[in-house]
Design a protein around this ligand. Sequence first.
Ligand SMILES: Cc1cc2nc3c(=O)[nH]c(=O)nc-3n(C[C@H](O)[C@H](O)[C@H](O)COP(=O)(O)O)c2cc1C
Length: 190
Amino acid sequence: MKKFTICAAILCALCLSVMPTLDAQQSSNPGLQPILNHYATRNFVAGAVLKADLDLILQAGIRAPSANNRQPWQFTVVQNQNLAKQIVSSIVADNVLIIISAVGDGKTNGSQILDCALAAESIYLAAQALGYGSRIYTGPMDAINRNLKSDLGLPNGYSAVALVRVGRVQADAVSGASSRKDANAVVNYK
Ligand SMILES: Cc1cc2nc3c(=O)[nH]c(=O)nc-3n(C[C@H](O)[C@H](O)[C@H](O)COP(=O)(O)O)c2cc1C
Protein backbone atom coordinates (compact mmCIF):
# COMPACT_ATOMS: atom_id res chain seq x y z
CA MET A 1 0.00 0.00 0.00
CA LYS A 2 2.84 2.34 0.94
CA LYS A 3 4.60 1.52 -2.37
CA PHE A 4 1.37 2.25 -4.26
CA THR A 5 0.98 5.66 -2.57
CA ILE A 6 4.57 6.64 -3.39
CA CYS A 7 4.13 5.53 -7.05
CA ALA A 8 0.86 7.49 -7.32
CA ALA A 9 2.51 10.60 -5.84
CA ILE A 10 5.43 10.37 -8.30
CA LEU A 11 3.00 9.86 -11.21
CA CYS A 12 0.94 12.90 -10.13
CA ALA A 13 4.05 15.05 -9.83
CA LEU A 14 5.20 13.96 -13.30
CA CYS A 15 1.78 14.70 -14.82
CA LEU A 16 1.63 18.14 -13.21
CA SER A 17 5.12 19.02 -14.39
CA VAL A 18 4.32 18.26 -18.05
CA MET A 19 0.73 19.58 -18.01
CA PRO A 20 0.87 23.32 -18.76
CA THR A 21 -1.60 25.70 -17.12
CA LEU A 22 -4.05 27.54 -19.39
CA ASP A 23 -1.86 30.65 -19.22
CA ALA A 24 1.27 28.74 -20.17
CA GLN A 25 -0.53 27.07 -23.09
CA GLN A 26 -1.71 30.44 -24.36
CA SER A 27 1.60 32.21 -24.04
CA SER A 28 3.51 29.38 -25.70
CA ASN A 29 1.39 29.84 -28.82
CA PRO A 30 3.63 32.03 -31.01
CA GLY A 31 0.67 33.79 -32.66
CA LEU A 32 -0.81 34.80 -29.30
CA GLN A 33 2.41 35.85 -27.63
CA PRO A 34 2.48 39.51 -28.75
CA ILE A 35 -1.24 39.85 -27.99
CA LEU A 36 -1.06 38.38 -24.49
CA ASN A 37 2.32 39.68 -23.42
CA HIS A 38 2.36 43.27 -24.69
CA TYR A 39 2.79 46.25 -22.37
CA ALA A 40 2.92 49.98 -22.80
CA THR A 41 6.64 50.69 -22.82
CA ARG A 42 7.92 53.09 -20.18
CA ASN A 43 11.67 52.58 -20.44
CA PHE A 44 12.57 53.55 -23.97
CA VAL A 45 16.29 53.72 -24.64
CA ALA A 46 18.17 55.39 -27.48
CA GLY A 47 18.59 53.34 -30.62
CA ALA A 48 17.44 53.16 -34.21
CA VAL A 49 14.25 51.64 -35.54
CA LEU A 50 15.40 49.85 -38.69
CA LYS A 51 13.74 50.98 -41.91
CA ALA A 52 12.84 47.39 -42.87
CA ASP A 53 11.13 46.95 -39.49
CA LEU A 54 9.37 50.30 -39.79
CA ASP A 55 7.99 49.19 -43.16
CA LEU A 56 6.62 45.99 -41.56
CA ILE A 57 5.15 47.94 -38.64
CA LEU A 58 3.39 50.29 -41.07
CA GLN A 59 2.12 47.32 -43.10
CA ALA A 60 0.51 46.04 -39.90
CA GLY A 61 -1.34 49.37 -39.59
CA ILE A 62 -2.34 49.36 -43.24
CA ARG A 63 -3.64 45.77 -42.86
CA ALA A 64 -5.90 46.67 -39.92
CA PRO A 65 -9.62 46.00 -40.39
CA SER A 66 -11.96 48.95 -40.91
CA ALA A 67 -15.72 49.41 -41.27
CA ASN A 68 -16.71 48.65 -44.88
CA ASN A 69 -12.98 48.37 -45.54
CA ARG A 70 -12.95 52.17 -45.81
CA GLN A 71 -9.33 52.44 -44.59
CA PRO A 72 -9.88 56.07 -43.54
CA TRP A 73 -6.38 56.56 -42.16
CA GLN A 74 -3.26 58.48 -43.05
CA PHE A 75 0.00 57.48 -41.33
CA THR A 76 2.54 60.21 -40.61
CA VAL A 77 5.95 58.88 -39.61
CA VAL A 78 7.80 61.42 -37.49
CA GLN A 79 11.55 60.74 -37.42
CA ASN A 80 12.58 64.39 -37.03
CA GLN A 81 13.58 64.51 -33.37
CA ASN A 82 12.81 68.23 -32.89
CA LEU A 83 9.30 67.71 -34.14
CA ALA A 84 8.88 64.49 -32.15
CA LYS A 85 9.97 66.28 -28.96
CA GLN A 86 7.29 68.90 -29.42
CA ILE A 87 4.73 66.09 -29.44
CA VAL A 88 6.06 63.75 -26.72
CA SER A 89 8.48 65.62 -24.47
CA SER A 90 9.98 62.44 -22.96
CA ILE A 91 11.15 61.21 -26.35
CA VAL A 92 14.61 59.54 -26.43
CA ALA A 93 16.98 59.48 -29.40
CA ASP A 94 15.69 57.80 -32.54
CA ASN A 95 12.16 57.14 -31.24
CA VAL A 96 9.70 57.23 -34.10
CA LEU A 97 6.16 58.56 -33.73
CA ILE A 98 3.52 57.16 -36.07
CA ILE A 99 0.52 59.49 -36.11
CA ILE A 100 -2.76 58.07 -37.37
CA SER A 101 -5.14 60.68 -38.72
CA ALA A 102 -8.47 60.74 -40.52
CA VAL A 103 -10.90 63.21 -42.07
CA GLY A 104 -12.78 65.28 -39.46
CA ASP A 105 -11.92 66.62 -36.04
CA GLY A 106 -10.29 63.43 -34.76
CA LYS A 107 -12.96 62.96 -32.09
CA THR A 108 -16.53 62.77 -33.27
CA ASN A 109 -16.65 60.34 -36.17
CA GLY A 110 -17.08 57.19 -34.09
CA SER A 111 -16.54 54.63 -36.79
CA GLN A 112 -13.41 56.28 -38.19
CA ILE A 113 -12.02 56.73 -34.71
CA LEU A 114 -12.53 53.02 -34.10
CA ASP A 115 -10.80 52.17 -37.41
CA CYS A 116 -7.82 54.37 -36.51
CA ALA A 117 -7.68 52.84 -33.03
CA LEU A 118 -7.46 49.37 -34.57
CA ALA A 119 -4.64 50.53 -36.85
CA ALA A 120 -2.88 51.96 -33.78
CA GLU A 121 -3.25 48.66 -31.94
CA SER A 122 -1.86 46.71 -34.91
CA ILE A 123 1.13 49.06 -35.12
CA TYR A 124 1.67 48.84 -31.35
CA LEU A 125 1.59 45.01 -31.39
CA ALA A 126 3.69 44.64 -34.55
CA ALA A 127 6.43 46.81 -33.05
CA GLN A 128 6.56 44.62 -29.94
CA ALA A 129 6.46 41.43 -32.02
CA LEU A 130 9.62 42.73 -33.71
CA GLY A 131 11.30 43.32 -30.34
CA TYR A 132 10.77 47.09 -30.06
CA GLY A 133 9.03 49.03 -27.33
CA SER A 134 5.79 50.80 -28.20
CA ARG A 135 3.16 52.94 -26.54
CA ILE A 136 -0.12 54.40 -27.77
CA TYR A 137 -0.79 58.09 -26.98
CA THR A 138 -3.89 60.22 -27.36
CA GLY A 139 -2.85 62.92 -24.86
CA PRO A 140 -0.96 65.00 -27.46
CA MET A 141 -3.79 65.01 -30.03
CA ASP A 142 -5.28 68.39 -29.12
CA ALA A 143 -1.88 70.10 -29.31
CA ILE A 144 -1.08 68.40 -32.64
CA ASN A 145 -4.43 69.38 -34.14
CA ARG A 146 -4.16 72.94 -32.85
CA ASN A 147 -0.54 73.71 -33.69
CA LEU A 148 1.30 71.13 -35.77
CA LYS A 149 -0.92 70.00 -38.63
CA SER A 150 0.98 71.93 -41.27
CA ASP A 151 4.45 71.09 -39.85
CA LEU A 152 3.39 67.45 -40.01
CA GLY A 153 1.93 67.78 -43.49
CA LEU A 154 -1.42 66.26 -42.54
CA PRO A 155 -3.71 66.16 -45.58
CA ASN A 156 -6.34 68.90 -45.81
CA GLY A 157 -9.32 68.26 -43.56
CA TYR A 158 -7.56 65.53 -41.55
CA SER A 159 -6.97 65.50 -37.80
CA ALA A 160 -4.75 63.29 -35.68
CA VAL A 161 -6.63 60.54 -33.80
CA ALA A 162 -3.84 58.65 -32.02
CA LEU A 163 -0.13 58.04 -32.23
CA VAL A 164 2.16 55.14 -31.52
CA ARG A 165 5.65 55.72 -30.21
CA VAL A 166 8.16 53.07 -31.30
CA GLY A 167 11.73 52.66 -30.13
CA ARG A 168 14.30 50.50 -28.49
CA VAL A 169 13.48 49.23 -25.03
CA GLN A 170 15.37 47.93 -22.01
CA ALA A 171 15.15 44.15 -21.89
CA ASP A 172 13.59 44.04 -18.42
CA ALA A 173 11.03 46.81 -18.93
CA VAL A 174 8.22 44.23 -18.98
CA SER A 175 8.38 44.20 -15.20
CA GLY A 176 6.70 47.63 -15.36
CA ALA A 177 3.52 46.35 -17.04
CA SER A 178 0.29 47.00 -15.13
CA SER A 179 -2.12 44.27 -14.09
CA ARG A 180 -5.50 43.70 -15.72
CA LYS A 181 -8.95 43.10 -14.25
CA ASP A 182 -9.78 39.51 -13.50
CA ALA A 183 -11.76 37.77 -16.27
CA ASN A 184 -14.58 37.10 -13.78
CA ALA A 185 -15.07 40.85 -13.36
CA VAL A 186 -15.32 41.72 -17.06
CA VAL A 187 -16.62 38.63 -18.89
CA ASN A 188 -20.09 37.15 -18.70
CA TYR A 189 -21.51 34.20 -20.57
CA LYS A 190 -25.19 33.89 -21.47
C1 LIG B 1 -6.33 54.93 -26.41
C2 LIG B 1 -5.09 55.02 -25.55
C3 LIG B 1 -4.57 56.26 -25.23
C4 LIG B 1 -3.40 56.35 -24.45
N1 LIG B 1 -2.86 57.59 -24.23
C5 LIG B 1 -1.72 57.68 -23.50
C6 LIG B 1 -1.12 58.96 -23.29
O1 LIG B 1 -1.60 59.98 -23.78
N2 LIG B 1 0.02 59.01 -22.54
C7 LIG B 1 0.59 57.88 -22.01
O2 LIG B 1 1.62 57.99 -21.36
N3 LIG B 1 0.04 56.65 -22.22
C8 LIG B 1 -1.09 56.52 -22.95
N4 LIG B 1 -1.64 55.29 -23.18
C9 LIG B 1 -0.99 54.08 -22.62
C10 LIG B 1 -1.84 53.49 -21.47
O3 LIG B 1 -1.72 54.28 -20.32
C11 LIG B 1 -1.40 52.03 -21.22
O4 LIG B 1 -1.66 51.30 -22.40
C12 LIG B 1 -2.15 51.39 -20.07
O5 LIG B 1 -1.91 52.10 -18.87
C13 LIG B 1 -1.74 49.95 -19.87
O6 LIG B 1 -0.39 49.89 -19.49
P1 LIG B 1 0.43 48.52 -19.54
O7 LIG B 1 0.41 48.06 -20.94
O8 LIG B 1 1.79 48.84 -19.03
O9 LIG B 1 -0.26 47.55 -18.67
C14 LIG B 1 -2.77 55.17 -23.96
C15 LIG B 1 -3.31 53.92 -24.30
C16 LIG B 1 -4.45 53.84 -25.09
C17 LIG B 1 -4.97 52.47 -25.48
